[in-house]
Design a protein around this ligand. Structure first.
Ligand code: ATP
Length: 227
């Protein structure tokens, strides 16, 4: 049987279209602040809540793998790419729960913006049966949460990261992370205008991206790219 006090495993889903420091830095902060054993970054295949990504799923996953190589505690989980149809978080968490066993604490990480819309997610109430929810807050979060969500959250609210280890699932924890004004939307816009996105993601990712000519950025041959 797994140890109920074992360090939690966490999932950070996203489209990662493309991955950037706004994904990596908060993940590293959460690993440390919450004492997580690992954060599994799960690129979505067919995101149900938003327009289709620009870059194909395999290419997004490859860039993500390049980005996390050498960062202890971060790993890419391709489980959503192996399923056809919409990538529902509840299915992803159920799959991981099966692999981890029933006792290991599991966390699902989401931004506060996404959390505001939680009640529109597929089988949203089942999410906390599989995992704790860790809601990343960034200074300046202003928009109020829907009253029904606040009411639902009240008995589940955790105020201490140590509480995540005491049960496998069921809690909601708010955790502050650094606000980095980087978004994949901004990066795609920049690239489409032929402007560099270097510095917004690890250099090794940038060189891979620039040499592939994706997002409308003029293709830069690897031989001519520095480093
Ligand atoms: P897009 O601009 O295409 O909507 P994005 O940059 O927000 O994409 P996603 O792949 O949608 O990236 O995000 C995955 C996760 O990373 C989400 O939980 C999101 O809240 C979080 N995230 C994205 N950008 C940042 C950032 N700058 N700081 C902290 N968290 C972020």
């Amino acid at each position: 049987m797994s140890d109920p006090q074992a360090a939690p495993v966490a999932v950070l889903g996203g489209t990662f279209d493309p991955v950037h420091y706004g994904h990596l830095r908060p993940a590293i902060e959460l690993l440390e602040a919450l004492g997580l054993s690992q954060i599994r970054l799960v690129p979505g295949h067919v995101p149900p809540h938003r327009p289709q990504p620009r870059l194909g799923a395999q290419a997004r996953a490859r860039l993500l793998e390049t980005a996390v190589a050498g960062i202890p505690g971060l790993a890419v989980d391709r489980c959503e790419l192996d399923r056809s149809g919409p990538s529902y978080t509840v299915d992803t968490l159920a799959g991981l729960r099966c692999r981890l066993g029933g006792h290991r604490p599991l966390c699902f990480i989401m931004g506060r913006d996404a959390f505001r819309g939680l009640m529109q997610w597929h089988q949203w109430e089942a999410l906390t049966r599989q995992a704790h929810l860790v809601v990343m807050t960034r200074g300046g979060d202003a928009e109020a949460l829907p009253p029904a969500l606040v009411e639902w959250m009240r008995p589940r609210r955790m105020h201490d990261p140590a509480a995540l280890r005491r049960s496998p699932s069921g809690g909601v924890l708010f955790q502050a992370v650094s606000r980095l004004e980087i978004s994949a939307t901004g990066i795609r816009r920049c690239l489409a205008l032929g402007r560099s996105a270097q510095g917004l993601m690890p250099d090794v990712v940038w060189h891979e991206l620039a040499s592939s000519g994706c997002y409308g950025y003029p293709q830069v041959s690897r031989a001519s790219s520095p480093g």
